[in-house]
Design a protein around this ligand. Sequence first.
Ligand code: GLN
Length: 302
Amino acid sequence: MQSLLRQILNDVQPLVGEGKVADYIPALANVDPNQFGIAIFSNDGELYEIGDSQVPFSIQSISKVFSLTLAIKHYGDTMWQRVGREPSGLPFNSLVQLEYENGIPRNPFINAGALVVSDMNQSRFATPHYAMREFVRKLSGNPELQTDHKVAESEYEFRYRNAAMAYLMQSYGNFENEVEDVLRSYFSSCALRMSCVDLAKAFSFLANKGFSNISGEQVITQEETRQVNALMATSGMYDEAGSFAFKVGVPGKSGVGGGVIAVVPNRFSVCVWSPALNSVGNSTAGVAALESMTKHIGWSVY
Ligand code: GLN
């Protein structure tokens, strides 16, 4: 595994820094684009890492998987009345489908879908972001995980697009709580800071039939685990989900902080981070690293 990581690093080195750091969230614009790290956490509890694997970064949309998992734990199958399971084929922050589809977002990993899922968690917890942070601290085994309040504030200040989606969904009756409260919870969860090591550990339950070796609990059922992985495979990489399946061939989820998490079912979870993004908002070097990884291990879910 360690030599696999060295090979990957070698393969993608020329791409590190290629692309653009997300700057529509001003507090993210100052991140050094030339960073790169990977961590792999195997189902038998081994950790492998290389590069900037312990540097915490803004997890952004990777948080959508944690929120979804929390919601599934409580709502089970009923949650699918409020959010769909189809890829959108549009940018992550698009509003256009909402009007055609009566305020039901296409899937939980576009922003509109994640906002509905946050609304569900808002109905259930008095302090939803803290509930979510506690959940993620347990899954990662890192009680020190912090929220970057500056990033959350900065997103709230420039919330217009996400606010527009949420109010549009509210107009269709697909929102239960105060939009502004849900936006704040959603941005705080996106603003969690985690390293590749934290994330690889926290996602290990998805590679291990829903059981976390870190927290020692069955997080969601085996069937629900399969469902979350299927959603990541079809919608986890936004408008690049198709070519990610084509080139990499495992479930993945990206965030505009430059992190990408991938799950190799029954084997390991892996997190790659490099802040410079391609045109759809996925880490350029991160996607390339995962492509190199599945090539080297000669394995994909397909
Ligand atoms: N917090 C970001 C937003 O709502 C998340 C986007 C992302 O990582 N793709 O715009």
